[in-house]
Structures are given as C-alpha cells and as structure tokens.
Write a new protein. Structure first.
Length: 258
C-alpha cells in the first residue's frame, strides 16, 4: 500500500507507519500509463485492497488475543485492547487521507494529462496552462487548416461538426475516427501536429486560427462538440458560428505545432 513497500515498524506504540505512502516524483509503482485515468484508478483500487487486507489481518490478531483473555499480548504487547483498536483506526484514517489526496489530483484536466504519468497529475490543474497573450497568431499550417475548413463549411441545421472537422484534418494529413466528436480528444492528444494546452473559457474566443476545441459529451450532448478556431472569435466545423465558450461540459484545447 505504501511507497516504501508496506507498513514500517508496526510494533510502534502509536501503531502508525513511518511513511505517508503518497506517491510522489517518479514513484515506479504509480504511473498512469497509456490508458490514463483507468490505469490510475485501477492501481488505487489495488492499493486500497492491500491496505484493507493488512488492517483485517491485524484486527484478527487482536481479536484472537482478546479471546484468549490476554488483552496485553498480541500485535502490540505494550498496549491494551483499547489502544490497539485506536491504532487500527489511525491506520484507517491515514488510508482515507491518502485516497483523498490522490482523488484531489484527479481533476478532469489532470486525468486527461495522465499520458505523462503521475508527474503530470501531480502538477495539478496548472499544468499546460497558457494565457491569452501567449497564444499569438498561430502557425501557417494552422491558418491553412482553418481556411480550408471555412471553404468547405455549409449552411444548414448543423449536427455534423465531427464529420467536417475530420475531413479538414484528413486533407492536412491528420486522421481521426469514431462516431462522436468527443472521441477526437484522445486521438488529437497523440498527434505530433498538435499540443494540448489548458485555456480558460474566457480566452477561447482568442484562440489562434487552427486551434481545435473538443467538448466532452454530457446531459443533452450525446456526441459532444468539436470545432476549429478561425482566429477572429469564430469557429468552424460544418457551420460557422461564434466560438463556443459554454457548452455545459468539460473541454480540451489543441494548438497546431506546425
């Protein structure tokens, strides 16, 4: 359960381990891996199960000593049964603290950044943040992508954002697939042509031409939404509209690298 490889000095008077066990730095036992949040939560579940087993084993030993009428023996011979129970409760509290700390790191943005491993998660929500002033005018490739998407846009009821964005990307050598717009986010995160950044909602209108915004699915938004910034406060997908800044779900932003 703990980073040092288990409980240390369980026979201490307080019955507490000597390490918090919160994974930090390059802890080899807690890396997010290619499946992002799924890997993190799977490992956390395994860690929690091991901790519960250790506590259960300890409790069995304590109860055994109590049945034998020797409350001053067992795991902690210098404590009576009440003190031993207190030590178990402290260990349980430490487990809860660890889970709370890890959970606080797993924000939507950080979990999606988990491709970088636990180091990316530990940076918190500030990882990759860019200001509006640093966005600049974008790249020639990005402007070409935006112009191409604009030239192929249509007028109509909408509903085909992913199809048109995917076609524009394909004409520029980038392939994305799937039946829903939100599915593009994880794919774009692996493309050398883009880098993912965090941009505030207020700054979405200031994105340079060619930047792509992917909104997650949610209530009333089964497929999510995707668009390419035109660099003037508007976006294009199948239609041209003002840049979406409040879709009601989380979003990810990808800036052209070339």
């Amino acid at each position: 359960m703990f980073a040092s490889g288990g409980f240390n000095n369980l026979n201490m008077m307080a019955g507490m381990p000597t390490t918090t066990g919160i994974p930090t730095g390059n802890s080899p036992g807690f890396m997010a891996g290619p499946n992002g949040l799924n890997d993190v939560m799977k490992q956390l579940d395994q860690m929690f199960s091991k901790q519960m087993k250790s506590m259960n084993d300890l409790l069995k030993k304590m109860l055994g000593s109590s049945k034998n009428g020797n409350a001053a023996s067992g795991m902690f011979p210098c404590m009576d049964l009440s003190a031993q129970m207190e030590s178990v409760m402290k260990m349980g509290g430490l487990t809860n603290q660890m889970i709370a700390k890890v959970a606080s790191m797993v924000t939507p943005e950080a979990s999606l950044a988990a491709l970088g491993g636990f180091n990316a998660l530990s940076q918190g929500s500030s990882a990759g943040t860019v200001s509006a002033a640093s966005l600049g005018n974008g790249t020639a490739w990005g402007r070409s992508l935006a112009s191409d998407a604009l030239n192929h846009s249509v007028k109509g009821p909408g509903g085909w954002c992913y199809k048109y964005v995917a076609q524009a990307l394909a004409r520029h050598g980038v392939s994305v697939h799937g039946g829903s717009a939100y599915m593009a986010a994880d794919q774009l995160a692996t493309k050398k042509e883009f880098r993912e950044v965090k941009v505030s909602q207020a700054d979405l209108k200031k994105l340079p031409a060619g930047a792509i915004v992917v909104w997650n699915r949610g209530n009333g938004h089964q497929h999510g939404h995707i668009s390419i910034s035109l660099g003037d406060g508007r976006e294009v997908s199948d239609l041209v509209r003002n840049q979406t800044t409040n879709y009601g779900t989380s979003y990810r932003v990808f800036l052209p690298n070339k």
